[in-house]
Design a protein around this ligand. Sequence first.
Ligand SMILES: *Cc1c(COP(=O)(O)O)cnc(C)c1O
Length: 400
Amino acid sequence: MDHALFNHIAAEYGTPLYVYDSRIIARQYRRLTQAFSGTDARFFYACKALSNISILRILKELGAGLDTVSIGEVQLGLHAGFEPQNIIFTPNCVSLEEILEARELGVNLNIDNLSILEQLGHRLGSSASVCVRINPHIMAGGNYKISTGHIDSKFGISIHQMRHLERIVKSTGIHIKGIHMHTGSEILDTSVFLQSVDILYDVAAHFPGLEFIDLGSGFKVPYKPGDEGTPIEELGQQLSASFNTFRTEYGNPHMQIWFEPGKFLVSESGYLLVSTNVIKHTTATVFAGVNSGFNHLIRPMLYDAYHRIENISNPLGAERLYTVVGNICETDTFAWDRKISEIREKDILCFHNAGAYGFEMSSNYNSREKPAEVLIGDDAPRLIRKRQHWKDLLRDQVQE
Ligand SMILES: *Cc1c(COP(=O)(O)O)cnc(C)c1O
């Protein structure tokens, strides 16, 4: 990264600050489209990772569709200029009313339970054409397993309920235009993924007239130095070949394969810049206390996630061990005993891989303002969200 540029941006816009590089988003999108150029693949950006309207517009310009999980995300997508047919609505446990609202807006519906499917079918009959989310009960990431016993995920229609699903389709006339699966796992082993896709191909045989299958996401990016990401080029080649064979046998050579990557597209594009408030030595530990916390980046506390931290004020300093903590009044640790080049008070630290589920999961806990967001890339740095002011905390409150 360009340390001088990031130091300049921190000085100009203040910290804490999220910075996104549009060139990295474009690079990741290109990697996906190239990896799957051997078939008819479409990529719907899962905007729950980062929903700033400027980011949505970048992805729209690149040619992506949008994957949404709430009516709010659907509205943001339409506002950003996505055509309704390029948006898929993949919610979980939302009301029939919310699904009908999305239908009114013309977006693709992905239904994840039999109860709502049946109600939709009775109400709309053959005028409705939807995708259904199947839960194949697969645990990717080392072990491949179909659990026939207990079913512990709230997502999707169980693979063991295909008969019931077919009955609803027959009795109501609702049309199934797509089948979907999102295991949510971080895929490293392409063979595991290919095996699970085979299960979806079997499901497809029950539904004539499919226009696409949607494999959700599960693409991993490296977080730690030395970490591996999903070998996307290899996966793309293998999966394209398997899909092309499947759709020929199925009888629709124009069937599309859809994906919903979030993290893969935006994680590496994002940085969180914070300033060091205090260096605190205890008998056992050296703490670097910064002007941010889990209110701005919750992944370390919520998922034990690793984010690389770089001291961009002193990148060549001697490395020492620091426990980097936030300013929230409860345990608020970003990293334990991490080797970082010597940190002095007021030094700017940069968290890497902060594009996905960073700002998006931020809150006003401890009555602290949310950070500003800046976009860099081919043009000069540009503010794409203002820093909050404490008065924003009063905005929706009703006062006497
Ligand atoms: C969250 C989500 C995604 C994106 O997952 P990533 O790990 O960010 O790629 C895709 N599809 C659905 C339905 C999701 O809920």
